[in-house]
Write a protein that binds this ligand. Sequence first.
Ligand SMILES: [Mg+2]
Length: 287
Amino acid sequence: MENATRFAVYATRSREEAIELAQRFAQEGEPLVIAAGGDGTLNAVIEGLAGSQTSLGVFPTGTMNVFAREMGIPYDRLENAMEIIDEGHSEEVDLFAMNGAPFVQMAGVGFDAQVIEETTWERKKLLGPLAYLLSATKVLGEKPPQMTITCHEGRSYQGVCLLVGNGSLYGGQFPLFKKADNSDDLLDVVIFKEAGYQFVRDTLRGLAKGGIDPDSPGHSVEYVQTKSLEVTSEQAVPIEIDGELWGRSTQATFDSTGRKLRVFTPKERKGKTRYALLKVLSPWAHS
Ligand SMILES: [Mg+2]
């Protein structure tokens, strides 16, 4: 392989190893670290690179590749992803953190994270982005947590589930966070105020319409943009960052790391493909 002579390739066996390696390369002043893997691998690498001058290249080989899709990095042909890096065009994106753990695309508290806790890899592989939502129906039988969400500006909300977006895409190609821009220093937050059928319905409706509409209240969903937010809950709730289960906590603070992440991206981003969404959703919508 031609690229083998241009890059040193390291295989990592664990998340910790990926973080440590990325951290080491950042400290040694490497200009570029390429993350080859899915969103979980990417999250480990950005944790290692956070706060450094090292740029990130993305070589998307995961199931979802949500961040790659967000940035318009090709995930179907890896040669094309390598071309993006060779072209040398890069952009800065916001780097937020949950309780100090950086994430670059999305995070979730409550049902969403619990679904990830319960979604097997096989299911993910088989059903793709819809696996999470399908698993939600299983989780919804349980008593929902009561969370208080307090935003930077002082606004406060009660909710049972929270989705946090740096980028616009969630769980695959779904542009859930309609207003999101991952370089505006703001997080886009979708708060579900009630559980059960409403949760799934509003999510699906939002996805089908190309995102939760921030200007159409009245559903069980609230859409907020904020610099930071704090979530508290009486019971410990599951939390995911970049699609990886982080753990459970009664408290979660989402805040900027104060740093940007430099990412190699295509010079011109292609429009997001939404046609596939309806095709995928239709069998379920009618059942
Ligand atoms: Mg933003």
